[in-house]
Design a protein around this ligand. Structure first.
Ligand code: CU
Length: 113
């Protein structure tokens, strides 16, 4: 390895470390949890600060999804089996309505301030 490529490698490593630090700070923000049980999202309305990662866990014994009602969709979990979780970080303020794509009468809202 030449000195030049070694310096490049060190610079790349420094950038990677800086990025990892940014990710860690973001992940260190307040997180919120919600559950899916008995064909409903709980809490049905969740208020969080921007930058919060909300994680839903399916506690029901059948599959559900967490699907943005917006067009285009802001997020979509795909089918979550019992015990599966889905997380989404809300970076922009707003009111995010969502539903279960398998049971559209299941609805919830995340309010981001
Ligand atoms: Cu469902």
């Amino acid at each position: 390895m030449t000195a030049f490529t070694r310096r490049e490698a060190l610079a790349a490593a420094a950038v990677a470390l800086a990025l990892a630090r940014v990710v860690r700070v973001r992940a260190g923000g307040a997180d919120a949890t919600a559950s899916i049980d008995n064909f409903s999202f709980a809490p049905a309305t969740l208020s969080v600060a921007r930058g919060t990662k909300v994680s839903w866990t399916n506690r029901d014994d059948i599959p559900h999804t967490v699907t943005s009602a917006a067009t285009p969709r802001v997020f979509h979990s795909g089918a979550l089996d019992t015990g599966d979780s889905f997380g989404f970080t809300f970076d922009a303020p707003g009111e995010y309505k969502y539903f279960c794509a398998l049971h559209p009468h299941m609805q919830g809202t995340v309010v981001v301030t």
